[in-house]
Write a protein that binds this ligand. Structure first.
Ligand SMILES: [Zn+2]
Length: 480
């Protein structure tokens, strides 16, 4: 009995030791939207601390250049000097002159991110509004390791301020047990703003709308609800219980994170402009499943963006959120992007294009969307219109994402072949890893569709004289 107690005690102590070793604790003090101070205690294994880099003109070290007065001390409060810094392309590191594992760090952030032109826009970095500021966790928290399993953070905010985050807590302003991914890969809005809670299907959505978008709240929610429900039933379940969505007024753009997305939408918010803002919102919502739930184990930008874009179009067709002429136009635009990127861009494959997403956006989104359409038509034709590309996504989500497995190109090919019940590998060889020129009508005819093209000019319609199966596929794709 005594031995068992001893062993249990040892196990318990070991557990406490492990917990303590991986613990990073942050205290964020905000006096106003221009003054942010962070204090933290953490352990380093290699005497380095890091911040991810998104480089831009004027800031070659990215947001690390906006970190001010960084001071590091050991467990006894003795200063530790910074012996060097390094930019390795993906993240910026400070090398510490210490052999101590436990350190305290202290820094301020100069909130000037919105003064720079970022390759993916301020909505993916940080910006200030009249109510407060938005920041992506990774640019707020300097870390000592990337896979920390036990982070906690407290916020000291001005009286009327609050923090909107996708994290849950029973103590306002204090969050515990966050993984490094949850801490860094999420949108935070801090200010005297309003946060709306909406339940959509199995999901609780926290919505932060900028002051000028308050009057458009019901239009935005009415658009989001049916499409978000449709995405949830497509994948068979919601990946997580709660999400945060932060939307401000600005040129349409967006970025999706672990349990949150950040968007800009342009006024006026009406039916005509919903072809952009509504579509953008559904695209980012879709990423909460494809991109953040379903995660690739290798670079798979074409699948992440192309399938998301194609299925966002299809879902808005199915829910009737967009009329057929907009659905046709979006498919025509995908072809046009593909054509222009092929004529004007470098002669690289769709798979390779993802190695430089910013430079090859037109190809990734254009051909990515178009190849998703071609695969959908081929699967539908092979299964008498009983299954489509969404079945591939659903199976991958249920069998891989929910089991914590990352996917690669071979998984996409084998799931596609399994759902189609026929071998479609040649399509991937030709248009994903190969650079064959895509002649759309060779494939679209099976789906009762025809794309009339002249250079980049393209018009989609149902194919007159096509058989019943093909026409049913075409009508299904266009949402009829
Ligand atoms: Zn996207």
């Amino acid at each position: 009995m005594k031995t068992i107690v001893k062993q249990m005690l040892l196990l318990l102590l070991f557990g406490v030791y492990q917990l303590a070793f991986s613990q990073s604790d942050y205290q964020v003090t905000v006096t106003d939207k221009d003054n942010i101070e962070v204090k933290a205690t953490m352990f380093t294994r290699d005497n380095q601390i890091h911040l991810p880099i998104m480089a831009t003109e004027g800031l070659s070290d990215g947001p690390a250049e906006l970190i001010r007065n960084l001071r590091v001390t050991d467990a006894n409060g003795k200063p530790i000097s910074i012996s060097g810094t390094k930019n390795n392309g993906n993240y910026f590191s400070w090398q510490l002159d210490t052999s101590n594992a436990k350190i305290s760090i202290h820094y301020e952030i100069e909130m000037l991110h919105d003064q720079y032109n970022w390759p993916f826009g301020v909505e993916e970095i940080s910006y200030r509004t009249s109510e407060g500021f938005m920041i992506i966790g990774r640019y707020l928290f300097i870390v000592s390791e990337w896979d920390d399993k036990n982070c906690s953070v407290s916020f000291n905010l001005p009286g009327s301020w609050q923090i909107s985050s996708p994290w849950n807590t029973s103590t306002p302003g204090r969050y515990e047990g966050l993984s490094g991914l949850e801490l860094r890969d999420n949108v935070l809005f801090i200010g005297n703003h309003q946060e709306e809670k909406v339940v959509i299907g199995d999901t609780e959505l926290k919505l932060v709308l900028g002051p000028s978008l308050q009057e458009d709240k019901s239009k935005i929610l009415e658009y989001l609800e049916p499409n978000m429900k449709a995405i949830g039933s497509l994948f068979g379940s919601a990946p997580r219980g709660s999400y945060l969505v932060v939307i401000q007024e600005g040129e349409v753009a967006g970025g999706a994170f672990n349990q949150s997305y950040s968007m800009m939408i342009e006024k006026p918010v009406n039916t005509a402009s919903s072809a952009l803002w509504g579509h953008g919102m559904i695209h980012e919502t879709f990423h909460l499943w494809n991109g953040r739930g379903l995660v690739p184990s290798e670079q798979m930008e074409w699948f992440k963006e192309g399938l998301t874009e194609y299925m966002s179009i299809r879902i808005q067709a199915a829910t009737g959120s967009q009329p057929r002429k907009i659905i046709e136009k979006k498919i025509e635009t995908a072809y046009r992007r593909y054509f222009l990127s092929t004529m004007m861009g470098p002669p690289i494959s769709l798979q390779e294009a993802g190695n430089n997403k910013n430079q090859n956006r037109m190809k990734i989104y254009g051909l990515g969307t178009f190849i998703a359409l071609v695969l959908d038509v081929e699967i539908r034709h092979a299964t008498a219109n009983k299954k489509g590309i969404e079945e591939v996504l659903r199976l991958m989500y249920q069998e891989m994402a929910l089991q914590g497995k990352g996917y690669n190109l071979n998984d996409v090919i084998s799931y596609t072949n399994r759902v189609a019940g026929t071998d479609l590998t040649h399509l991937f060889n030709s248009y994903v890893t190969g650079t064959d020129v895509l002649k759309p009508n060779k494939y679209l005819a099976k789906g009762g569709l025809v794309l009339n093209t002249f250079y980049d000019d393209a018009y989609l319609s149902l194919l007159e004289g096509a058989d019943e199966l093909a026409l049913n596929i075409g009508r299904h794709i266009l949402g009829e």
